[in-house]
Design a protein around this ligand. Structure first.
Ligand SMILES: *Cc1c(COP(=O)(O)O)cnc(C)c1O
Length: 381
């Protein structure tokens, strides 16, 4: 089956009791048992919920994986992966990544004795240099947030396999429509389903997909023991979002390309970070491992002043000033004070995330309206 069909039909069966074509929202905390230990496979909703289990199957299929697990947020899904580790273990992660992931690693898990190294993963040499006998996990984000660097997933997972190191790819920016890390050798794929999978900015949700049964069982144990499970209503919303992912992504890609080219040719714009430009350093790898380039991008102004950037951020009318991404509506964001405020300034600037960087999540509105909006905002400077 092709992706569009899988997204609509994967894991979905009519409800056996009524024939309802849409998966019911099983809003229940517990299940009546016939006798102690004798039940229909459902005991307590932290461990099993039918709405969530249908979504887990659908998500697994979307990433060509065997198993899926859902969490109450993307961060909770990340948290579960790190809980596979023990004190003394080491993780290698990217030096440009989602601020909340950095905060979870550095402010929560470091004090439990797990060590994190942050390197530019667009070169596998940088990773090889910090691998040692304590390295247990490579945490990969590509395209990176917000600088849109590209990591070669197949090369990195190959290196990890030789050393028996686990790999997890945060595939939130690309979505399963653009990139399938399990096919490229990753052990786990993580998504903030809050973004493209949900697609309508109305739910917080996260998930993990994998192929290995043992790994799934370990992560399921963490899911039920730590309890960061999503409610059934939230699972229903992600199930609904998933069915139009391919339609939305197609338009995000078309609009993204137009906005990227518009910005690049504007006299007041400095550098545009978008992985679909042929002169982007990661273009060849992006072309190899992605089916398109998406609607995420960042840019600076030629007059690289924070004041001008701030003025632009409050001058757009359609592009709403907000954190998050991947919804149908376009968003504009200031990483330094918003999504990436939890990364120390020095650290940020060292990695190229300057105070004047602006990030866009290009939505699926009419492209002429989007360009008009950016145009009036840029002209007002
Ligand atoms: C939003 C986001 C997360 C965190 O997900 P939440 O659902 O907000 O907890 C992780 N990684 C990336 C790339 C994100 O954009």
């Amino acid at each position: 089956m092709k992706l569009a069909t899988k997204l609509i039909h994967g894991g979905i069966e009519p409800d056996p009791s009524t024939g309802a074509i849409m998966t019911p929202i099983f809003q229940t905390s517990t299940y009546v048992q016939e006798a102690p230990g004798k039940n229909k496979g459902y005991e307590y909703a932290r461990s099993q919920n039918p709405t969530r289990m249908v979504l887990e199957e659908a998500l697994a299929i979307s990433e060509n994986g065997k198993f899926g697990l859902c969490f109450s947020s993307g961060v909770a899904a990340t948290d579960a992966v790190i809980k596979l580790l023990s004190p003394g273990d080491e993780v290698i992660a990217g030096n440009d990544m989602y601020g909340g992931t950095y905060r979870l690693f550095s402010k929560v898990f470091e004090k439990f004795g797990i060590k994190f190294h942050y390197v530019d993963m667009s070169s596998t040499d940088n990773i090889s240099k910090v691998i040692n006998e304590k390295t247990r996990l490579l945490w990969i984000e590509t395209p990176t947030n917000p600088l849109m660097n590209i990591v070669d997933i197949a090369s990195v997972t190959k290196l990890a396999k030789q050393k028996k190191i686990l790999t997890c790819v945060d595939n939130t920016f690309a979505s399963p429509y653009l990139q399938n890390p399990l096919d490229l050798g990753a052990d786990i794929v993580m998504h903030s389903a809050t973004k493209y999978l949900g697609g309508h900015s109305d739910v917080i949700h996260g998930c993990l997909m994998m192929n290995d049964r043992d790994l799934r069982d370990q992560l399921y144990f963490i899911q039920k023991s730590c309890g960061a499970v999503p409610g059934p209503q939230d699972c229903f919303l992600i199930l609904r979002g998933l069915k139009t992912l391919h339609l939305r992504m197609e338009r995000h890609c078309i609009n993204g390309e137009q906005v990227a080219n518009y910005l690049r040719n504007h006299s007041k714009v400095g550098k545009v970070y978008w992985c679909g430009f042929e002169d982007h350093p990661g273009y060849a790898v992006a072309k190899k491992q992605m089916r398109g380039f998406g609607g995420m991008m960042s840019f600076t102004l030629k007059d690289d002043s924070v004041e001008k950037a701030m003025k632009l951020l409050s001058s757009t009318k359609l592009f709403a000033l907000a954190e998050s991404l991947g919804g149908v509506e376009s968003l504009i964001n200031h990483p330094a004070t918003m999504t990436h405020a939890s990364i120390p300034r020095e650290e940020r600037i060292k990695n190229g995330l300057t105070d004047s960087l602006i990030r866009l999540s290009v939505g699926v509105e009419d492209i002429t309206d989007l360009i008009d909006d950016l145009n009036q905002a840029l002209e007002s400077l």
